[in-house]
Ligand binder design. Structure first.
Ligand SMILES: [Zn+2]
Ligand SMILES: [Zn+2]
Length: 253
C-alpha cells in the first residue's frame, strides 16, 4: 500500500514536472510576489527624468494587460541613490558611468517571495547614438520591469530571429519592445496560486528592512555570477538576513 502510494505520488510529481516544464518556460526559479488575491496591484515608483517617463508609462501599460496584475506608476520614493522600498519597485535613471551595463533589475527575495525591486537604466550609454533610440529604451525598460514580476528571458541569443517579446534579448530590438502572449501566459502560471500573506505595498506583513547601504551599481556588489553570455547576465548575493539579492544585467556593447 505504501509502495503503491509512493508510486502514485512520484508519477504525479513527474506529471507535474512535465506539465510545469511545458508551461513555465521562463520564470526565474519560483520567484513571485506573495499576495492574497488576484489581480494584484504593484506600484512602480517613477524617479525618472522627463526623457524616460513615457517609456515607463508604456511598459506599465503593457504589463498591465496581464490578467493577474495591475501595474501602476506613482511618484518615486527613492531619492538620489535609488534606494529600495519594501513592497514596491523603484525605477531610476542616471549617468551611472562606463561600468558596462545598459540596464539592471535588482530583486530582493525571501524564500520564493519577491519583497522589493529596483530598475536602473544607464544614461551614460543611452546618451550615445547607438542606444539613444525608442526601440532600445522600450526593450530595456520592458525587460527589466518584466524581471521584477518574476519573468526570465524567453531567449538569450542576440543574433537569432526575434520572438516579438521584450523578454527576448536581441541586438536588433525593433520587434522586441513589448511583452507577447507567451509572457502573459507565463505570468498566469507564476501567479496561479495564492499566498496566505502579502509582500506587496502596505499589505506587506513583514518589514524586510534596509540591509544594504551601498548603491549597488557596481558589479562587485552583486555577489556570485550565475550566468553571463556577454550580452546579458545574472548575479546572486546572499544577504546576512537570509534575503537574496538577484541582479539581472543587460550589458552595453
Ligand atoms: Zn507564493
Ligand atoms: Zn534580462
Amino acid at each position: 500500500m505504501k509502495k503503491l502510494l509512493y508510486g502514485l505520488i512520484s508519477s504525479l510529481f513527474l506529471l507535474s514536472v512535465v506539465a510545469s516544464d511545458a508551461l513555465a518556460s521562463h520564470s526565474w526559479g519560483n520567484y513571485h510576489w506573495a499576495r492574497i488575491a488576484n489581480p494584484f496591484t504593484l506600484k512602480f515608483g517613477d524617479n525618472l527624468s522627463s526623457a524616460w517617463k513615457p517609456y515607463l508609462a508604456t511598459t506599465t501599460n503593457d504589463w498591465n494587460q496581464s490578467s493577474v496584475l495591475e501595474a501602476q506608476t506613482e511618484a518615486g520614493q527613492s531619492g538620489k541613490n535609488c534606494s529600495s522600498t519594501t513592497g514596491r519597485v523603484e525605477v531610476c535613471n542616471k549617468k551611472y558611468g562606463n561600468n558596462g551595463w545598459l540596464g539592471i533589475a535588482q530583486i530582493w527575495v525571501s524564500g520564493d517571495h519577491i519583497t522589493k525591486g529596483v530598475v536602473k537604466v544607464n544614461d551614460t550609454y543611452f546618451n550615445t547614438a547607438k542606444y539613444n533610440k525608442p526601440e532600445w529604451r522600450n526593450l530595456v525598460m520592458c525587460q527589466e520591469v518584466g524581471h521584477t514580476l518574476g519573468l526570465d528571458h524567453q531567449d538569450e541569443k542576440f543574433d537569432n530571429p526575434n520572438l516579438g517579446s521584450c523578454m527576448d534579448y536581441t541586438s536588433n530590438p525593433d520587434s522586441n519592445q513589448h511583452p507577447n502572449t507567451h509572457d502573459y501566459e507565463q505570468l498566469e502560471v507564476i501567479y496561479s496560486h495564492l499566498d496566505s500573506f502579502s509582500t506587496i505595498g502596505a499589505l506587506a506583513v513583514k518589514n524586510f528592512g534596509q540591509y544594504l547601504t551601498e548603491n549597488l551599481e557596481n558589479p562587485n556588489e552583486w555577489g556570485q555570477k550565475i550566468k553571463d553570455n556577454g550580452a546579458i547576465a545574472e548575479y546572486e548575493r546572499r544577504l546576512p538576513t537570509g534575503l537574496k539579492l538577484h541582479t539581472f544585467v543587460i550589458w552595453a556593447n
